[in-house]
Design a binder for this molecule. Structure first.
Ligand code: FPP
Length: 239
């Protein structure tokens, strides 16, 4: 970890769009899956870094609703990698006091993957360090639609009065209801778009875009992003 004593303002919640695994692999003449494998190592490194910095929540865009459209071979490889990652890294999360959580349409995942995910979530549930949230089969628009359905259900069952619906109440019907909104969004590999990630929650989030591909993103890059965040003046629409 590079020097961090000068870091003024560590974000409570960092969200990351992990992009560029495929390009990283292509540059080296390797299969795309090798890029994802290296990307999984970066997940380990960056989670550890966030934990060391005292970040409370880290949300990673690990598999989007749209990623199901990739060739079956790549989807299968990503699901296998996720399951392997969870199986191998859960003891490490325990040692580091990291709590695992997940958001998205998790029932879309292969059953063995869901089972491992729930085992890892359960076994780390008492940890009090970083909360690592994996967004899996996640889409921001899908989350809003699911939130609307859940609101309607609450109204129909008589648990909620229509007139009570406001921003806070709606937020309680999203997958992220237990977490604060992200303070900092990092996107690797230079793209300037949200790609259907946390559309509701990123309303006032500061962005940090780096040209680096995700497999090359290190703790020094994380510290650089946090340092840049510390220099921003967040006004939340006020003056
Ligand atoms: C983007 O790279 C990355 C993904 C679609 C998935 C992210 C997955 C990982 C980092 C590995 C597995 C995750 C965990 C949590 C173990 P891309 O394939 O879109 O890259 P490209 O834009 O260069 O093609």
């Amino acid at each position: 970890m590079p020097p961090t004593e000068d870091l003024k303002n560590v974000p409570r919640h960092i969200a990351i769009i992990m992009d560029g695994n495929g390009r990283w692999a292509k540059e080296r003449g390797l299969p795309r899956t090798e890029g994802h494998r290296q990307g999984a190592e970066t997940v380990r490194r960056v989670s550890e870094g966030c934990n060391e910095l005292g970040v409370e929540f880290l949300t990673l865009y690990a598999f989007s609703s749209e990623n199901w459209k990739r060739p079956k071979r790549e989807v299968d490889a990503l699901m296998k990698l996720l399951e392997l990652f969870l199986r191998q890294k859960t003891p490490e999360m325990q040692e580091q006091n990291i709590r695992l959580q997940a958001i998205g349409r998790l029932h879309d995942l292969p059953e063995s993957c869901q089972a491992q995910l729930h085992r890892s979530i359960e076994s780390t549930s008492q940890n009090t360090g970083l909360t690592l949230i994996l967004a899996l089969s996640y889409g921001g628009r899908e989350e809003i639609v699911d939130g609307v359905k859940s609101l309607i259900e609450s109204v129909e069952r008589g648990h909620l009065d229509k007139g009570m619906i406001d921003i806070d109440v709606f937020g309680k019907h999203l997958y992220t209801r237990y977490y604060p909104d992200p303070d900092l969004l990092i996107r690797t590999s230079g793209e300037m778009r949200l790609s259907n990630f946390l559309l509701w929650q990123l309303s006032y989030t500061e962005f940090f875009i780096t040209e680096k591909f995700w497999p090359d993103f290190g703790k020094d890059d994380l510290v650089e992003a946090v340092r840049a965040y510390g220099k921003r003046h967040r006004r939340f629409g006020a003056v």
